[in-house]
Design a protein around this ligand. Structure first.
Ligand code: GLU
Length: 487
């Protein structure tokens, strides 16, 4: 069986977006599933728009997602270089070969001339196609003009009869009418190849067996097939993955929130959650499972199960998934992720590491992202200065509240061991003695200790805060309630 060799070929002109990340993921999964090779190739021939920063950002994003490559930047391999900007001699070689074989030709038409032709086509309401003026220029004229220092482009001679068929592993057979193709440019006047040429030379010379990429490149594929044919090369298999659209089916953009992998990382998403979400965006394992471990993805991934229709981006679902992964993640890892911010807030020092760790563990189940953890934990580090307004109305204003808080104070001061279990027992006994529901004691206590009405289990919160802090906070709340009745 032919060895599977796939590639992810981003253009480093911006950050790694979720669409690109999903293409990378599908390639990675396919390679891992088939025990093949994943190549990373940076398509940076657009010298104006490509930057080293963007390349570094894409590489960092892939590493963060845990998508490793077997050949490419930083790894090496037998078919490099893996940056297009370092492959110019290779492209020149094949451009020259096509010129020598009379399958390509120099075109000296000026930009003004081409613009005039384009405008003319527009005014006649027809598609603009290059009319082939330079196709039959005689050799001596070509030589003279080159010698005179003119800088032509190179065009491929395209046979415009018949059809070009793309056999796509996801989309099936797609036919393109060759009438709609012209002698397109394969090398620009500065000598650099165009995308449609470079990509073919690279995929062939890197022995790529499957080209798995975004649907937007499907329309480029017939042109690329023409290049393969001209060079006498075998076609790879193609698989064009559908778009990811916003919930309103518009193109995904900034206004739909975070779209780059780095933004998700900065907003507190975990890479395994993003990967889990992305794989199900367009691929279905055939069973109704949301949480899908990576080993299982590798085992079951198949291009046949990739959907032909557009995938709809669903941020709430991703966020929900992230919460599931966050609750199950290794605690030390989560602690490390929130540590810099906690240190900045002054909540973490040399003496309270173990306390800090327990707080993170307690509140993380209520957080959907790591960014949400610390805002839920403030009262563990700083006593509440204010109380929730609705909470005051509900739990502090009613007449019994002082008595309730006093009786909880009593439990706190007399409980033998200050643990959640004993506190709960003591408080429930107290409520029973008073002939009230335990919740009548729990709610005002929670508000007094935290300032808010929503916290993890009250007894766990009390245990963590410790006796002294609970006492001080309950006494402060009694003072506050006293002030309320004096109003
Ligand atoms: N460099 C192209 C892009 O970033 C991908 C080309 C390809 O996969 O063929 O869209």
């Amino acid at each position: 069986m032919e060895e599977v060799r796939v590639r992810f070929a981003p253009s480093p002109t911006g950050s790694l977006h979720i669409g690109g990340a999903r293409t990378a993921l599908f390639n990675w999964l396919y390679a891992r599933n088939r025990r093949g090779t994943l190549v990373l190739r940076l398509e940076d021939t657009d010298l104006q728009r490509s930057t080293d920063d963007a390349a570094a950002g894409i590489i960092e994003g892939l590493k963060w997602l845990g998508l490793d490559w077997d050949e490419g930047p930083g790894v090496g391999g037998d078919y490099g270089p893996y940056r297009q900007s370092e492959r110019l001699p290779i492209y020149r070689h094949y451009i020259q070969q096509l010129l020598d074989q009379n399958q390509a030709y120099y075109c000296f038409c000026s930009a003004d001339e081409l613009k005039r032709q384009r405008e003319q086509a527009q005014s006649e309401k027809r598609n603009y196609l290059y009319e082939g003026q330079c196709r039959h220029m005689n050799d001596s004229e070509v030589k003279n003009r080159l010698a005179a220092g003119e800088k032509p482009v190179v065009r491929l001679k395209v046979d415009r009869t018949g059809q070009t068929i793309v056999n796509d592993l996801i989309r099936g057979t797609v036919q393109f009418d060759n009438q709609l193709m012209d002698d397109f440019i394969i090398a620009k006047s500065d000598g650099w190849p165009t995308y449609n040429f470079a990509v073919v030379v690279d995929d062939h010379t890197m022995h790529i067996s499957h080209v798995i990429r975004a649907e937007e490149h499907l329309s480029n594929t017939p042109k690329q097939i023409k290049v393969y044919e001209a060079l006498g090369w075998k076609l790879p298999q193609f698989a064009h993955v559908s778009m990811i659209l916003a919930p309103d089916r518009s193109k995904l953009s900034k206004r739909h929130g975070a779209t780059s992998v780095q933004e998700f990382r900065d907003e507190g998403y975990l890479p395994e959650a993003l990967v889990n979400y992305l794989v199900l965006l367009g691929w279905s394992p055939g069973e109704n499972i949301d949480i899908y471990p990576r080993e299982q993805m590798i085992e079951n991934f198949a291009l046949e199960n990739v959907s032909r229709s557009a995938a709809i981006y669903d941020l709430p679902k991703l966020t929900w998934m992230n919460g599931v992964y966050l609750a199950a993640a290794d605690l030390d890892r989560i602690v490390a992720l929130v540590t810099p911010e906690a240190a900045k807030m002054g909540w973490l020092n040399e003496t309270n590491r173990s306390y800090f760790r327990q707080v993170v563990d307690l509140v993380r189940s209520r957080a959907k992202t790591t960014r949400e953890i610390l805002p839920l934990a403030g009262y563990f580090f700083v006593p509440p200065e204010h109380y929730d307004t609705k909470g005051i109305q509900k739990y502090f204003r009613p007449s019994g509240s002082t008595e309730y808080i006093r009786s909880v104070l009593d439990v706190i001061m007399t409980v033998d061991v200050f643990t959640a279990v004993h506190l709960e027992e003591g408080l429930r006994d107290k409520a029973a003695q008073m002939g009230i529901k335990a919740s009548a004691l729990i709610h005002p206590t929670r508000l007094a200790l935290s300032g808010v009405t929503n916290t993890p289990g009250l007894f766990e919160v009390m245990e963590l805060l410790g006796r002294d802090a609970c006492q001080a906070r309950l006494e402060r709340a009694l003072g506050f309630i006293g002030g309320l009745s004096a109003e």
